[in-house]
Write a protein that binds this ligand. Structure first.
Ligand code: MN
Length: 707
């Protein structure tokens, strides 16, 4: 029976932190013990032995009490009835937050997929908002790897080991936790490929027994060689790990028998020119192994690693690997994870001397290395590097990386533009949600589509990815083109009829060539947009016809043929652009400096401005309501669906009105607002047209434009 006691842990922590709160630690200890009571590990031991061991691993790293308590509690939310709220009540928000972080990582872990290892590593980093979460997770993984032999199922063991190699060991490496890294790699290697590991180790053992103290004797000889050449150096050496040798064997496709360089040596010299001098000295004295020289000083690695690498047949005829660098380069190499990170996060390069600015990581490592760790610092160390990204899953577990603030619609477009264009709803973590919902890390997103659905223009207001934005805009543009084409087709047809011709008998080819357009629809759209006058087109198709005066005008112009009583002789007359008075309506004239007389409807709101200036008012009225062509401006709100704009145009022309300008002024989810200038005979004519428009099902409202 395993004795479960808090004392060994308390003692271990007290050794580096005399101020430890015994009571809090004991409470966490018995809380977790009680929660896990009755559960057993694959080894048959009480489950609680696992959190205790994880806590010990972190205590060995001299971590703060909150981290160690989190280690004790790290599996209770996921594996027992305990809730996060209970932890919050019993302990602190800080501890609850850390436990929550570890729990989320545990859930993510279950979805991991080796094919997307890099994304998963990023995901884990992004989810580890507090670096202590990641440290607990790495300690958890380390203990699970130490006890992996108890898992009986071979495939399960292999899966865990592979995940350790692809996700956790590289993460440990990145945050500079090399002892975690090496232990994780070695233990995982023993599961993934035990035969290979055993044979590499026995080969290494055999090679070392060939001569004792080989590493230190080679170090001495290299040092002496460099000293005699006038170079001050410090040489260190080590035997490579079985896993790193295996990795190299795979990369370089070498066989066991060729495996001779099992030792790596590092030569530190004061400055860069010394590096090249040292290299020259070594190459002069020892035969060089061809193809092994690499100059990472003149061409640093992407993570800013700098060194000279070479392979030589060194002392005792041993093939060895030598790295030559300055102390500064060494620092980058050792703490280079910082520079490496910086590079990856921003997607742009960090200059070699900027790596020091990634202070948090250097500070973190200093904290972890020093016994007197500052708890406060750890608390505020955020995993900021992926703060601008959010990682989500498809129901099948595929990881989708999006910028922070991305919504369900961005997610849909990221999968495929077809999915984005037809999405109608979304389930996030199994629940129906709004398409505008902003996604958070770890969300599982299921996009619901309908083959008949189309993008909603409103989406453009909340999507954040360029991909979604451009797809939505492209769709709207295409739809608009279709509408303009319908409108333009109608306009052209009408003009042709006036000339006694019909569209079906007419060939548009000369126009297409003239305007450099590809299709009839493109031409119709240009006409619909009023970029090309239909009269011009007709004149081009039927050059022999008597030219038709283009009626198209960008802005309504006053007609000279107005018959108004009471005008001052010789005075220019303008229509009020604000109210567009029509024959038959009650009007008033206002004398406008430099313009002459402006005619307003008596109910025009702009007249208020002139109430204090009675001298400007001129009493006028229409001479008769005999038909005159006048401009009227209508504001129509039409439903946002194909054909609606064409319906407006058709209704107006069917009632003898002539559209001279049309302009979209607003657009929302369901409706478009257009301001339309039309030529009508008089107010009765306009009333007839507005009545017809109002009865059209596409049209939500129609009224005289206010301005
Ligand atoms: Mn665990």
């Amino acid at each position: 029976m395993t004795v479960i006691d808090v004392k060994p842990l308390t003692d271990r922590i007290r050794a580096y932190n005399p101020a430890i709160d015994d009571d809090l630690l004991s409470r966490a200890f018995s809380f977790a013990e009680k929660a896990h009571r009755g559960q057993v590990r694959a080894s048959g031991e009480p489950y609680f032995t696992h959190p205790i061991e994880v806590a010990h691993i972190l205590a060995d790293m001299h971590l703060d009490p909150a981290t160690i308590i989190t280690a004790l509690l790290h599996d209770v939310v996921e594996d027992t009835d305990v809730t996060l709220e209970q932890i919050q009540q019993q302990f602190t928000d800080e501890i609850a937050g850390l436990v929550d972080g570890v729990t989320k990582l545990t859930r993510i872990e279950m979805k991991s997929d080796n094919k997307q290892a890099e994304n998963f590593r990023k995901l884990v980093l992004a989810m580890s908002e507090d670096i202590r979460v990641l440290l607990v997770k790495l300690a958890d993984r380390t203990h699970n790897m130490r006890t992996i032999d108890h898992i009986s199922r071979d495939d399960k063991r292999k899966r865990i080991a592979e995940e350790t190699l692809t996700i956790f060991a590289p993460l440990a490496e990145r945050i500079g936790m090399t002892h975690f890294q090496h232990e994780l790699e070695d233990r995982a290697f023993a599961v993934v490929n035990p035969e290979m590991r055993t044979s590499i180790i026995s080969r290494l053992d055999y090679l070392s027994t060939q001569s004792e103290d080989l590493v230190s004797r080679i170090c001495d000889e290299l040092n002496t060689t460099l000293y005699e050449a006038g170079l001050e150096s410090s040489v260190s050496g080590r035997r490579k790990s079985a896993f790193s040798i295996w990795r190299k064997m795979q990369r370089q496709k070498v066989e066991m028998e060729e495996l001779s360089d099992i030792m790596a040596f590092r030569v530190l010299v004061p400055d860069t020119s010394d590096c090249y001098r040292a290299l020259g000295v070594l190459h002069q004295k020892f035969p060089m192994v061809m193809g092994r020289f690499k100059d990472y000083i003149s061409t640093p690695k992407r993570n800013h690693y700098q060194s000279l690498h070479t392979g030589i047949i060194g002392p005792n005829k041993k093939k060895i690997e030598v790295q030559v660098r300055t102390p500064e380069m060494h620092e980058v190499a050792e703490r280079g994870v910082a520079a490496h990170w910086g590079y990856k996060i921003d997607g742009k390069s960090v200059k070699p001397n900027e790596y020091k600015q990634l202070k948090w990581l250097n500070d973190l490592m200093r904290v972890l290395e020093n016994a007197d760790s500052s708890d406060e610092f750890l608390e505020h160390t955020q995993m900021e590097m992926y703060a601008d990204q959010v990682f989500c899953f498809t129901p099948k577990g595929m990881l989708v990386t999006l910028p922070k603030g991305a919504t369900a619609v961005d997610f849909a477009y990221d999968l495929h533009s077809g999915i984005g264009n037809t999405c109608i709803g979304v389930k996030i973590n199994g629940k129906m949600r709004q398409l505008a919902t902003v996604l958070t890390n770890g969300d599982q997103v299921e996009v619901l589509t309908s083959s008949t659905a189309t993008p909603n223009p409103e989406w453009e207001n909340f999507v954040v990815t360029g991909r979604a934005k451009s797809a939505i805009r492209r769709f709207i543009r295409q739809e608009k083109q279709k509408e303009f084409a319908q409108l333009g087709r109608g306009l052209l047809q009408k003009t042709l009829r006036q000339a006694g011709k019909d569209l079906v008998d007419s060939t548009l080819l000369p126009c297409l060539i003239h305007y450099n357009l590809k299709t009839d629809d493109e031409l119709f759209a240009r006409i619909g947009e009023y970029h090309i006058a239909s009269e011009e087109v007709v004149a081009m198709i039927y050059p022999d016809l008597k030219p038709i005066e283009p009626k198209k005008t960008k802005t309504p112009t006053p007609k000279p043929s107005l018959n108004i009583k009471g005008l001052i002789p010789g005075m220019a007359v303008h229509h009020g652009r604000c109210c567009y008075p029509l024959p038959g309506e009650r009007i008033i004239g206002i004398i406008t400096t430099g313009k002459g007389l402006t005619v307003h409807r008596v109910d025009c709101q702009n007249l208020e401005k002139f109430t204090t200036m009675p001298e400007l008012w001129v009493d006028i009225e229409w001479e008769s309501d005999t038909p005159n062509i006048v401009n009227a401006r209508l504001e129509t709100v039409i439903s946002n669906e194909p054909g609606s704009l064409a319906a407006v145009a058709t209704t107006i022309s069917d009632h003898g009105g002539n559209i001279t300008n049309i302009q979209q002024t607003a657009r929302n989810l369901d409706f478009f607002t257009f301001v339309t200038d039309i030529e009508v005979s008089n107010v009765r004519h306009l009333t007839a047209i507005t009545a017809a428009l109002q009865s059209n099902p596409f049209i939500e409202s129609v009224e005289r434009a206010k301005s």
